[in-house]
Ligand binder design. Structure first.
Ligand SMILES: [Zn+2]
Length: 140
């Protein structure tokens, strides 16, 4: 069982908006990991009131910068030897690949199943992403 307070090595995804942990779990495909993953919901936070935290007891290969697509307030700490060795700054990614799918039924990605699902940030102010193939706006 993964301890909630200590993590020897792995990744801590913190400052997740309360209730969003499962969404992130699904986006990152954490169900496919063999290692322990702990989702801690409704943790008291001075800054946010309540927040969710995800702890992953291993390194993961997923590009965690993708998290910026969901929320740029999320923080990511990489843990090794029981201490934080790296803090990642999460910003709006310019491009997201294979995180969401295009909803346009006429989009080439709904025909050519093996194409990567690529969305590009077209309006950073309004956080609008559009499909790289058909320019359909992303929904999430
Ligand atoms: Zn499309």
């Amino acid at each position: 069982m993964l301890s909630i307070d200590s993590l020897e090595r792995g990744v801590v995804i913190d400052h997740i908006e309360a209730g969003k942990a499962m969404e992130i779990y699904n986006y990152l495909g954490l169900d496919k990991l063999e290692c322990s993953v702990a989702i801690i919901k409704n943790v008291k936070s001075n800054r946010m009131g309540k927040k969710d935290i995800i702890k992953i007891e291993d390194e993961i290969e997923t590009d965690l910068h993708m998290l910026g697509f969901i929320d740029t307030n999320i923080t990511v700490n990489i843990i090794d030897g029981g201490t934080i060795i790296k803090k990642m700054n999460i910003t709006l990614p310019d491009k997201i690949v294979n995180i969401i799918k295009c909803k346009n039924p006429r989009c080439i990605t709904s025909v050519e199943q093996e194409l990567p699902h690529v969305f590009k940030l077209t309006d950073p102010e309004r956080k609008v992403y559009r499909c790289a193939y058909c320019e359909q706006q992303a929904e999430h």
